[in-house]
Design a binder for this molecule. Structure first.
Ligand SMILES: Cc1ncc(COP(=O)(O)O)c(C=O)c1O
Length: 380
């Protein structure tokens, strides 16, 4: 493809740090870059502890486990998300309970949460979709009043901010991943901060942090290493990967600047085209346009697959939106989500895709993408 949907940006600092690991022999899952990366990312997000792991999916798996979710426990999440969220719950024996999305932000519709709470509910898992925060105050309020934990999935929203407490006297901007009891991040190559593959769980709770560290490292015990009282995993991240991550965290202000430029420029150039819903930024949000999505109105006569094919013919790579969890054969064949309908998730899954959105995207590439979208919609 002439214009890829995403390309990572790796700078000189990353190379310098990785070379330092190689030259000093600290290439495995201990070392100064791991500690520095965990501390820098936790700090950046406003949390006390960071536990780096092998990817975002494993981050969710141990976050759900450390939240105490066990067989039969329920976790409320959006249908419209990646399978990692539901899998992290079923993997621990729990049951995902779904809500629909909100049509403007494509994030979970928080007005549907309360009706999903049962005596078995253990946690709520808000997912900040494509870089826009979930409206977290309602999530936090419900969690407090029903004694639930909040596990934020902030994989797609590095550096996005949420105006918390806007009904109260002192509203405060909080970073996504710094609001819940636990939060999970992915550092896959298409994320704002990448380590190639990687992830992290953040928390303010020292006991949860210790449990996460244990789960990541086969539940070896500090006092008697090879005596196990719990089964853990090898979900460790390497110092080499953390070295890349640390350099990327140090560049976050520039990264966010570039992403916001990209998002705002796309919107300026596409908003006059009829039949397109573009990403929004609610007054209580500062979004980071992880991916620049759009949803086609049915009046265009096109669905997302049609537009993807036509853009692909012009060398422009895109990705479809998520398919909701309630439409996944792997779950419905087990009897999960029987008869459940989530109309917003179903519609955006069919009508939504995202455009090239990487950190290396140039203004002329962005222009070319916008022109192509306009041409395809003019002659569907
Ligand atoms: C919302 C969300 N959660 C979790 C993940 C899983 O992360 P990973 O691919 O690092 O396992 C992703 C990956 O893109 C994601 O978008």
């Amino acid at each position: 493809m002439k214009i890829p949907v995403n390309e990572p940006l790796v700078g000189e600092r990353e190379i310098e740090y990785v070379l330092d690991c190689l030259r000093t022999g600290w290439i495995s899952s201990a070392g100064k870059y791991l500690e520095a990366f965990e501390e820098a990312w936790a700090n950046y997000c406003g949390m006390r502890y960071g536990v780096a792991v092998s990817n975002g999916t494993t981050a969710l798996q141990i976050a759900v486990r450390a939240a105490g979710v066990g067989p039969g426990d329920e976790v409320i999440m959006p249908s419209f998300t990646i399978i990692s969220c539901a899998q992290a719950v079923t993997y621990n024996g729990g049951v995902p309970m779904l809500v629909d999305s909100e049509p403007r932000t494509w994030c979970m519709d928080v007005s549907q949460l309360e009706a999903r709470i049962t005596p078995r509910t253990k946690a709520i898992m808000p997912v900040h979709i494509y870089g826009h925060p979930v409206d977290m105050d309602e999530v936090t309020r419900l969690a407090k009043s029903h004694h639930l934990l909040v596990i934020e999935d902030a994989a797609e929203a590095h550096g996005a901010e949420y105006l918390s407490g806007r009904q109260a006297d002192q509203p405060v901007w909080l970073r996504c991943g710094g609001i819940g009891d636990l939060s999970a991040f992915s550092f896959y190559a298409n994320k704002l901060v990448t380590t190639g593959e990687g992830g992290m769980v953040l928390t303010n709770d020292p006991q949860i942090a210790a449990h996460l560290r244990s789960l990541r490292n086969l539940c070896f015990r500090p006092e008697k290493r090879f005596l196990h009282t719990e089964l853990g995993h090898n979900f460790r991240l390497t110092n080499l990967q953390a070295a890349i991550g640390l350099a990327q965290v140090e560049r976050m202000p520039e990264t966010i600047h570039k992403k916001r430029w990209m998002g705002e420029t796309y919107t300026r150039r596409l908003r006059h085209i009829p039949g397109l819903s573009l990403p929004v930024e609610e007054s209580w949000a500062r979004q980071v346009y992880w991916m620049y999505g759009l949803v086609l109105d049915e009046s265009t006569g096109l669905n997302a697959a049609d537009l993807a094919r036509k853009l692909g013919e012009r060398g422009i790579e895109t990705r479809p939106f998520f398919l909701g969890m309630h439409e996944q054969p792997v779950f419905t064949s087990q009897g999960l989500f029987k008869g459940e309908k989530y109309p917003v998730a179903e519609r955006i899954a069919r009508q939504g895709l995202y455009l090239p959105s990487g950190l290396t995207l140039t203004e002329s590439q962005l222009d070319e993408v916008c022109l192509a979208v306009e041409e395809v919609l003019a002659n569907p």
